[in-house]
Design a protein around this ligand. Structure first.
Ligand code: B12
Length: 219
């Protein structure tokens, strides 16, 4: 087992302890042997396991909230270490948010942070974002990409609504759409006519670069 594997396990265990100080200590250790994006991806795996344990009744809402808080604190610490891309060139405006009716924003915030670090002009609308707000912000900033997160099967359909609004307003040809969040899949993206789906934040940045034909940045 490599030191990076050990650090990865440490991150996972710390997140499952749902203790912020343990998570931040594990992040400090991992920083010496792992890239910041790898650390975030490893914590995201831990967060998914928190979800599984919550579903099985082995963890309760206060645990989920503490884990979410620890995850957000870790991402805030790692943000300054993330590779900065787009040096010298101005990358297009991107609008991102969690869809209406949905307050889950951990994954969305990770994607948003990594897109910013890659050099995009990101307009993060937060969570529970009304469909029309995506459209208004696209117009306001002449955005070239919309990223929508949904964590619930009941809110996913709002991603389709935003695509419908973009089409109605004649903006669809120049605005790419990327969807994500745990219940999203490539099949879902195809079904609703999105241009891309990203399973995690690193893939989301790669996909955005591909869709907007922007050169790769170091990860
Ligand atoms: C944390 C959490 C919460 C926290 C949210 C805190 C926060 N600030 O986000 C709190 C406690 C507030 C919460 C509340 C609720 N939750 Co909740 N929650 C979760 C949990 C455990 C983890 C979600 C998470 O943060 N994952 C970690 C992140 C890193 O992963 P991620 O979001 O998937 O993001 C990654 C990728 O998907 C991708 N990605 C994400 N967004 C985007 C966007 C784009 C454009 C791209 C390309 C990629 C991308 O990149 C990210 C980074 O790798 C999930 C369980 C699960 N299995 O997902 C349940 C879950 C999503 N919640 C659920 C439910 C039901 C609720 C509540 C209704 C509970 C209740 N009864 O009150 C409320 C929601 C109220 C509302 N209106 O929204 C259900 C949804 C079930 C369903 N039918 O869909 C789940 C699945 C749990 C369950 N099985 O019961 N929840």
């Amino acid at each position: 087992m490599t030191t990076a594997d050990i650090a990865k396990m440490g991150l996972y265990d710390a997140l499952l302890s749902v203790k912020k100080d343990r998570v931040l200590a594990a992040v400090e250790k991992a920083r010496t042997v792992m890239r910041p994006t790898e650390i975030i991806d490893a914590l995201a795996v831990g967060m998914q396991e928190v979800g599984v344990r919550f579903e099985r009744g082995k963890m309760f809402l206060p645990h989920v909230i503490s884990a979410a808080d620890a995850m957000n604190a870790a991402v805030a610490v790692l943000e300054k270490d993330l590779p900065r891309g787009g040096a010298g060139k101005k990358l297009p405006a991107v609008v991102i948010g969690t869809i209406e009716g949905d307050v889950h924003d951990i994954g969305k915030t990770i994607v948003s942070t990594m897109l910013q670090c890659a050099g995009y002009d990101v307009h993060d609308l937060g969570r529970d974002v009304p469909s029309r707000a995506f459209l208004d912000t696209v117009k306001q900033h002449d955005a070239r990409l919309v990223g929508m997160s949904a964590l619930m099967t009941t809110t996913m359909r709002n991603q389709m609504e935003v695509i419908g609004l973009l089409t109605e307003e004649g903006l669809r040809p120049q605005v790419k759409v990327m969807v994500g969040g745990a219940p999203a899949t490539q099949a879902w993206a195809d079904k609703i006519g999105a241009d891309g789906y990203g399973e995690n934040a690193s893939i989301a940045v790669r996909k955005a670069n591909e869709l907007l034909q922007v050169g790769e940045v170091a990860q």
